[in-house]
Design a protein around this ligand. Structure first.
Ligand SMILES: [Zn+2]
Ligand SMILES: [Zn+2]
Length: 418
């Protein structure tokens, strides 16, 4: 028996990941991602008979995390192929989708961290790793006496202990690893979430005005960073409805308020209070999510009665908040930009940032990448000692040439026999 690996898409680009692994009797897919920037209205679906068209000829699809560049094509997978993912991945994807009034168009089979799933003669074990998507899994894939590690998207700068992850990983025959940040140059180094939190605390110590954090609700670790900074500086913590929904779904217990803003952006709505507690990170407490609108309401006037608040805003609530901002003083206030640069260049975000600057807010960046830097990729490679490296999710695969003396590097992976 031989295990074959075929990268169907996403080797020499960031996102749109689709990887096939097969033996003589079993065929699986790891991630079914849409190309980045596609997926909202139109996504290019590659011609893969038996996966996206015709009669099903694959035995399973495994999904590493809820970012659309890894699961954006799931709705195109033909009926009859089981889709495996973690509870957190599904719960958050469902919450995000339902918030927009849409359904997910698939029902998954769940997999738990560390518990192998056998499909034919291939077994897949999920290993929890840190990424800007909560509950991301790497996959250890075993068949025919060989072991393959698929890194998914990962980093060492979150609140999870990267050394502990390396302790869990065995040596492998093949490492399929992401290299998203490698095109950013050899000196690229990102701060950790903890460093961001400390920076936010330090910044806020010198300001008495209101604090805003512009973030992606999908980035649960960033919500924790903001919450911890608010707690450490004695600020009341307020989330928009979408952020609150994701925080609840991820099992975070956050003592704060929710600013309701409908997805239609029609109305700022009322302010509602959430449950009290203490924030955790990657806690694994995936309670059934509650719709944020079920929380008891308090008035907008009360929420913004004094400037000692920190409010999390997303693109979904930005425009509505502007109405409140017009009525408030942002003297000595701060707007933290907690998203990547491409997101803040979008018209609505950049207009809001200019507006906040014009009414007196300071606008520092509070962002770090969700992806491993080169030093972290080096640590992973040295730890799992692969005989073969297959770079994916990168525009800089030639960075891996430095490993060619020690192992084989496959730059164009088609039907590679392990
Ligand atoms: Zn990705
Ligand atoms: Zn990702």
């Amino acid at each position: 028996m031989t295990l074959k690996i075929n990268v169907l898409r996403g080797q020499d680009q960031i996102g749109g990941s689709i990887i096939e692994m097969s033996t003589e009797t079993t065929r699986i897919i790891v991630d079914a991602g849409a190309n980045l920037g596609e997926g909202k209205l139109y996504a290019h679906v590659p011609k893969v008979p038996g996966l996206f068209s015709g009669k099903p000829s694959y035995d399973a699809v495994f999904v590493s995390h809820y970012h659309s560049d890894h699961m954006g094509l799931l709705k195109h997978v033909v009926d009859g192929i089981p889709i495996y993912m973690g509870h957190a991945t599904y719960d958050i994807a469902l919450a995000l989708s339902e918030y927009k009034g849409k359904s997910l168009e698939f029902s998954p089979t769940f997999m738990d961290e560390g518990v192998p799933v056998s499909v034919g003669d291939i077994s897949v074990t999920p290993v929890l790793c840190d990424h800007s998507a909560f509950g991301t899994f790497m996959f250890l894939i075993k068949s025919s006496g060989k072991t393959v590690l698929y890194s998914a998207d990962f980093r060492s700068t979150g609140r999870m202990d990267f050394s502990a992850l390396l302790d869990v990983l065995p040596e492998v025959d093949v490492l399929i690893t992401e290299g998203t940040t490698l095109s950013r140059g050899p000196d690229f180094h990102e701060p950790s979430e903890q460093e961001l939190e400390d920076f936010a605390v330090e910044t806020l110590t010198g300001h008495k005005g209101p604090t805003l954090v512009y973030l992606s609700a999908q980035n649960v670790d960033r919500i924790v960073t903001a919450y911890n900074a608010a707690r450490r500086t004695g600020r009341r913590f307020i989330m928009d409805e979408l952020t609150a929904l994701v925080a609840e779904t991820a099992g975070l217990e956050i003592d704060g308020f929710v600013l309701r803003a409908s997805h239609s952006l029609a109305d700022l709505g009322e302010i509602v209070a959430t449950s009290a507690g203490k924030a955790g990170s990657q806690s694994g407490l995936f309670g059934k999510h509650r719709r944020a609108k079920a929380f008891p309401a308090v008035s907008e006037r009360k929420a913004f009665s004094s400037p000692d608040f920190m409010l999390c805003l997303t693109p979904q609530s930005l425009i509505n908040f502007q109405k409140v901002a017009h009525r408030s003083s942002f003297k000595d206030g701060v707007l933290f930009i907690a998203r990547r640069e491409t997101e803040i260049l979008k018209p609505a975000a950049s207009a809001f940032i200019s507006f906040m600057k014009s009414i007196g807010a300071e606008v520092p960046v509070l962002h770090t990448s969700g992806h491993a830097d080169s030093g972290t990729i080096d640590r992973l490679i040295r730890d799992v000692c692969p005989s073969v490296i297959i770079p994916v999710h990168t525009e800089k695969a030639d960075w891996f040439a430095r490993y060619e003396d020690e192992c084989q590097v496959i730059y164009d992976c088609r039907d590679f026999e392990v």
